[in-house]
Design a protein around this ligand. Structure first.
Ligand SMILES: Nc1nc2c(c(=O)[nH]1)N[C@H]1C(S)=C(S)[C@@H](COP(=O)(O)OP(=O)(O)OC[C@H]3O[C@@H](n4cnc5c(=O)[nH]c(N)nc54)[C@H](O)[C@@H]3O)O[C@H]1N2
Ligand SMILES: Nc1nc2c(c(=O)[nH]1)N[C@H]1C(S)=C(S)[C@@H](COP(=O)(O)OP(=O)(O)OC[C@H]3O[C@@H](n4cnc5c(=O)[nH]c(N)nc54)[C@H](O)[C@@H]3O)O[C@H]1N2
Ligand code: SF4
Ligand SMILES: [Mo]
Length: 867
């Protein structure tokens, strides 16, 4: 079979991929050399896509009340329940929770269904947790939600400032573009993040500011711009609010950043004197109770200097999800309409109603995500449809959200698997086609629309998401408006609507694509919007905005601290975010052994000072509590963060590590303008978990652990498992047999009950099928070696002397571990990332681990110098 061009379904970089089916029904995935986002490169997640397309865990048929059923019964039931709920309790008693990972066509249909036909604006999306502050900040400054930057600007900048962005791990291909610009033209890189991250390796300057203090920093920059004479007076002639913004920045706008004054001065000097500056920002900015103000504090500096919309300069919000941008185009949020039309604007509403031939368009915004689930908890929302997102894990106060969904009268979940915390609560489960099985478009961070194309047959009865919605809509009597047979029809309709929006002067106009034939849609190359007769190219270089008076706007902003106060009960601040090789709740990346090797367990980073203060030893388990929940995580003691702050990843769930659900701890406090939760500055307390025993297990077969603490990860040979408990079981053999479901397998065992140590291996003939290692301290065995389920005697927990322990895998493409790299650095005197690559191949394929290799090199040099 020939190769098909498509788009990576993970992050908002939107890399082009080439997909080829292999003879075994699998998929070979390589980078598309012709795609403008990545020019052939892929990161570790994109490179491992082929490992995530199997049938394992897929939801194959619709389910109702826990039983398999057929599509007609499921769809009739959903339509009936939605219709009856609307009839009895009004349209606002139903809600839809969508996702920035839906294709534009799916997303458009969902919005049309809710806002046009059900007649409620109660449709919000996980973008509320992600891009809402940027959307609100853009609208305040530009009058519409327009991203002025493009990826080419990153190649052409002389200074790239990364604010609240761990680009090396979260947008790896963009990070590589920035590093390439550094190599080619000496681009300086500044990282503004309370934490030292992988992105700091390769940066010229790191500003470890206090959590939440970005407004204070950028207000200082605005003052420095004014003092340093970097204002663009000609541009400011087009700007409203300059004086007010400067005044606010000067007076009271500059709270404590916790940064050394010289560091601030150096940053300001660099920014002020560099014309070509791109300020990239992400969740350290958006996910804050001051998120919208942070966005405007950044935009203010670019507007005041006229450094916007020109080559190599501008503010650049990078989108997280593959179609975060497309979701904004179709009006996915409860306070927006399709094609960047405004819900508050009566002319826009009536144009939309006419275009859709819809009975009504709501004239007031619907419930934003956090409020939506509060309304579910209160019973005000009685029917809920959740599509392509896992809110029982990822919304703040996640335990309360889980309870609310469980208690909701009627919940529909469209997903590709039933094994999610949310899907387990659904009344009706609808099986969705996964990315490689369906057609549609996504828009990446730089407004480039790319096609996703089907190459695999959907397994079982799985169907695309747009079809789920259109089928229910038809059954509710809205047939004419949802009479679609293909995504191409939906795309054309959306493009035609954008022309009407364009005639209102809106930015999102792709009307030139509204008569695309099916063949042309099939062949659509990556295309950056706007694509319209009346407008093209870049935004804002001319100083014209989308506000009614056409002027750009600077917004006066003043600093405030994160909303939740630390105090005696909850003295620590919890920062949260992502790791390199996992995607959100891991329903896909968790099925890849390669991606699960980098970080196989949830953890919390804790500063050495706090570890001492709270009595926490390395690698032990820590219990975190907050006003909303509890969590148990492995302690990583590091000075990467600041004293008084913790960092924990968001990826683990009841499926993979039940006490690792980090949003159980996060408070549902939101930005007053955008409604986006403050996901990175909750308060909590930490104390030792007090494990009586720790365990590590490997198994060739699935396991269902029962323990106070466990965390499960996929390996090439099966699964690996961390365990711990507060009480020592009476008998390790029966515990292990139950864990592995091996009542009769041949056992080999070493135990020393006096020391609390036990080691058990189970064999099927000569083949090792499972092993458990127990100790009163964190278990010290060679995990990566044991995960291979080796044939040798494993009860020592170590590899034979001639097989050194590779250590935790750093390079997932070639499976190269930390120890292997460190010993090569030492024995061969390697001095550079390229030298490590030449010796071990590590870092030579996707390059996602290059910054971590760089950090190992620095560490090795420091250690050598100290000797
Ligand atoms: N590997 C991987 N990549 C992903 C994803 C994934 O799940 N895994 N998800 C995608 C999605 S949806 C998104 S939204 C993006 C997110 O991409 P990023 O925003 O880059 O990722 P995060 O780790 O959430 O947060 C970034 C940084 O913000 C910092 N931060 C916290 N508080 C503050 C603050 O007050 N000020 C500043 N300046 N910084 C702060 C954190 O320390 C963290 O290092 O990643 C996308 N890419
Ligand atoms: N504390 C804290 N919380 C956060 C964040 C943080 O930084 N800190 N980040 C927030 C951000 S930025 C984001 S974007 C969210 C992400 O949070 P979620 O969107 O809740 O997480 P995902 O795991 O991406 O959920 C996607 C779901 O869609 C399913 N799926 C996959 N493919 C398909 C498909 O084709 N169709 C359908 N119907 N389903 C499919 C997957 O199996 C999975 O269940 O988390 C937010 N929560
Ligand atoms: S950077 Fe990685 S995850 Fe993001 S789109 Fe590209 S290959 Fe996919
Ligand atoms: Mo996101």
């Amino acid at each position: 079979m020939s190769t098909v061009r498509s788009t990576c379904p993970y992050c908002g970089v939107g890399c082009g991929v080439l997909l080829a089916r292999d003879s075994a029904g699998g998929l070979t995935v390589t980078g598309d050399p012709d795609h403008p986002a990545n020019r052939g490169r892929l990161c570790s997640k994109g490179s491992a896509l082929g490992q995530t397309v199997g049938r394992e865990g897929r939801l194959l048929v619709p389910r109702m009340g826990g039983r398999d059923t057929d599509w007609d019964s499921a769809l009739d039931h959903v339509a009936d329940r939605f219709a009856r709920t609307v009839e009895r309790h009004g349209p606002d008693s139903v809600a839809f929770y969508a996702s920035g990972q839906m294709l534009t066509e799916d997303y458009y249909v969902a919005n049309k269904f809710m806002k046009g036909f059900v007649g409620t604006a109660n449709i919000d999306t996980n973008s509320r947790l992600c891009m809402a502050s940027t959307v609100a900040g853009h609208k305040r400054a530009f009058g519409t939600d327009t991203v002025p930057g493009t990826y080419d600007d990153l190649d052409q900048a002389d200074l790239v400032v990364l604010v609240g962005s761990n680009l090396a791990w979260c947008h790896p291909i963009l990070h590589q573009r920035v590093l390439a610009a550094k190599a080619a033209r000496g681009t300086k890189i500044v990282v503004i993040d309370p934490r030292r991250t992988a992105t700091c390796d390769g940066a010229d300057l790191h500003l470890p500011l206090a959590l939440g203090s970005d407004v204070a920093l950028f207000n200082r920059l605005l003052v420095a711009i004014h003092q340093g004479d970097a204002l663009d007076r000609g541009y400011i002639a087009h700007v409203d609010g300059f004086d007010a913004a400067l005044l606010a920045a000067r007076s009271g706008g500059t709270g404590p950043t916790g940064l050394a004054p010289e560091l601030i001065t150096e940053f300001c000097r660099l920014w002020v004197r560099t014309e070509r500056v791109v300020t990239v920002f992400s969740q350290g900015v958006n996910q804050s109770s001051a998120g919208t103000d942070k966005v405007n504090a950044i935009l203010n500096c670019h507007i005041a200097t006229g450094r916007i919309g020109k080559p190599g300069m501008g503010p650049f919000s990078v989108t997280g999800q593959p179609n975060a941008m497309g979701g904004r185009e179709v009006g996915g949020l409860a306070n927006t309409l399709a094609c960047h039309l405004d819900l508050e604007n009566a002319a826009h509403r009536s144009a939309l109603r006419e275009f859709w031939d819809a009975p009504r368009i709501p004239d007031a915004p619907g419930l934003k995500a956090v409020d939506m689930f509060r309304a579910v908890a209160k019973g005000r929302i009685k029917a809920l449809w959740i599509m392509h997102t896992n809110p029982a894990v990822t919304l703040p106060e996640a335990d309360a959200v889980r309870d609310a969904i469980a208690a909701c009268d009627f919940t529909v979940v469209s997903d590709i698997t039933a094994a999610t915390d949310t899907a387990r609560l659904a009344d009706v489960l609808l099986p969705a086609s996964a990315w490689a099985e369906k057609d549609g478009t996504v828009t990446n961070s730089d407004r480039t629309i790319s096609r996703q194309r089907a190459v695999l047959a959907a397994p079982g009865d799985a169907r695309p998401d747009w079809w789920h919605i259109a089928q229910v809509a038809r059954r509710m009597g809205f047939g004419r408006a949802f009479d679609y047979d293909t995504p191409a029809e939906i795309f054309r309709e959306h493009a035609a609507l954008s022309g009407i929006a364009g005639s209102f002067g809106r930015d999102f106009d792709i009307s030139a694509l509204s008569d695309l034939s099916d063949t042309a849609y099939a062949a659509l190359p990556p295309t950056r919007w706007p694509v319209a007769a009346r407008r093209g190219g870049r935004f804002f270089a001319d100083g014209l905005s989308f506000h009614e008076n056409g002027r750009m706007r600077m917004v006066p902003v003043t600093w405030h601290a994160p909303v939740a106060d630390t105090g005696r009960r909850f003295p620590l601040r919890l920062n949260t975010g992502r790791v390199r090789d996992h995607w959100h709740t891991m329903t896909r990346t968790g099925t890849s052994p390669r991606l699960s090797a980098h970080m196989a367990e949830p953890f919390v980073e804790i500063h050495p000072k706090d570890a001492t203060a709270f009595g926490i030893a390395p690698d032990t388990l820590v219990e975190l509590t907050s006003p909303s929940g509890r969590s148990v995580l492995r302690a990583t003691i590091t000075d990467a963060g600041q004293p008084g702050t913790l960092f924990a990843p968001i990826h683990w769930t009841a499926e993979t590590a039940p006490t690792g659900r980090i949003d159980a701890l996060v408070a549902a406090m939101t930005d007053p303008v955008s409604g986006q939760p403050e996901s990175k500055a909750s308060v909590c307390a930490a104390r030792p978990f007090g494990a009586a025993w720790y365990g590590f297990a490997v198994s060739s077969r699935p396991v269902t652990p029962v323990a106070d603490y466990w965390a499960l990860a996929r390996t090439d040979a099966g699964w690996r498992l961390e365990l711990a408990g507060r009480e020592i079981p009476e008998d390790w053999e029966s515990t292990a047999r139950a864990l592995f479901d091996l009542p009769r397998a041949e056992i080999q065992m070493l135990s020393d009950p006096g020391r609390g140590v036990a080691r058990l291996a189970f064999r099927d003939g000569a083949r090792l099928v499972a092993a458990l290692f127990v100790s009163p301290q964190p278990v010290a065995v060679m995990r990566d070696y044991l995960s291979e389920l080796p044939q040798e005697d494993v009860l020592t927990g170590r590899a034979p002397a001639d097989r050194p322990d590779p250590g935790p895998i750093l390079c997932s493409c070639f499976g190269v571990g930390v120890n292997t790299i460190l010993s090569a650095i030492e024995s061969d005197g390697l001095m550079s990332v390229d030298a490590v690559g030449a010796a071990l191949s590590a870092g030579t394929n996707c390059g996602s681990c290059r910054s971590e290799i760089a950090a190992l090199l620095v560490g090795a040099r420091v250690a050598e110098a100290a000797e």
